[in-house]
Ligand binder design. Structure first.
Ligand code: CP
Length: 292
């Protein structure tokens, strides 16, 4: 199956081969290598995006594919057309693969079963964001050489985070120790990862901060941004206590001075912009896998 719906069901060897292929593309001599010339890829975003949408587009163009960009906001979704009818419409026009981001949870697998071209999950509700976790693993592997034995603290709004879930599923396959740090209102106990205090979280090799997803919150989940920063934010003071070898990550977009202080975003130990850079070769590897 050339689709990529999530990392929970993807084997460790498959993940490793995507990471290895991304390393090939990262160091590729030419910006465009048209191995996918003549293939049509549709980027179908039913929820907003900057990084994922544009890095898929850059990846597709670097591989020479023809790119169609679908945005729900300016489509017949506004007239009530369903996700299935939209994807079937693009499929009937001859796309060879689709990249899809969805708000609803639990519909992607059902959709993929009815569609004949490979689908790549660009984020579905709070379920999975596999290409984000792949670029996160790639960033960690590049930093530390291997993932086995790494301690990774994922801090913040775990409840709403598809990034936390995909990272947890994938990192465990490689023998990394994943721990969560979150207020009770943003925890996800069903994920069965150790819950640690903020001070314990700071002792990890990787401190991955999550965006507080205000758009998914119900009333009362966060008192004030200031109180959240005080308890769960990576402040300059807290960052001064992380290990010299440790790295700071964040999938972005960032709420500056809420989950992470402004001064830390481009700090020497931050890998936030390198994560975005790594997103391109990772998505090249994933698109190539879907189409060859
Ligand atoms: N990290 C991430 O998925 O960002 P976007 O929502 O901008 O794609």
């Amino acid at each position: 199956d050339r689709s990529l719906l999530g990392l929970k069901e993807l084997g460790r060897d498959e993940i490793e081969s995507i990471l290895d292929r991304a390393a090939h593309w990262e160091h590729h001599a030419t910006k465009i290598d048209p191995v996918l010339q003549g293939k049509f890829v549709a980027n179908m975003f039913f929820e907003n995006s900057t990084r994922t949408r544009f890095s898929f587009e850059v990846a597709e163009k670097r591989l020479g594919a023809e790119v169609l960009n679908f945005s729900a906001a300016v489509s017949s979704v506004q007239k009530g057309e369903s996700i299935y009818d939209t994807v079937r419409t693009l499929e009937s026009m001859g796309i060879d693969a689709g990249v899809i981001r969805l708000k609803p949870i639990g519909v992607l697998a059902e959709l993929a079963a009815k569609i004949n071209v490979p689908l790549i999950n660009a984020g579905d509700g709070n379920n999975e964001h596999p290409t984000q976790a792949l670029l996160d693993l790639y960033t960690m592997r590049k930093q530390f050489g291997e993932l086995r034995g790494l301690t990774v603290s994922i801090v913040g709004d775990i409840l709403h985070s598809r990034v936390a879930r995909s990272n947890l599923y994938a990192l465990r396959k490689f023998g990394a120790n994943v721990q969560f740090c979150a207020p009770a209102s943003m925890a996800a106990p069903e994920l069965d990862a150790p819950l640690v205090t903020m001070e314990e979280a700071l002792r990890a090799d990787v401190i991955m901060m999550l965006r507080v997803q205000l758009e998914r919150h119900e009333a009362g989940m966060m008192s004030t941004p200031e109180a959240y920063r005080e308890q769960y934010g990576l402040t300059v003071d807290r960052a001064s206590r992380i290990a010299p070898h440790a790295i700071i990550m964040h999938p972005a977009p960032i709420n500056r001075n809420v989950e992470i202080d402004d001064e830390l975003v481009e700090h020497g130990q931050s890998r936030i912009f390198p994560q975005m850079q790594n997103g391109v070769p990772i998505r090249m590897a994933v698109i190539e896998r879907a189409l060859t």
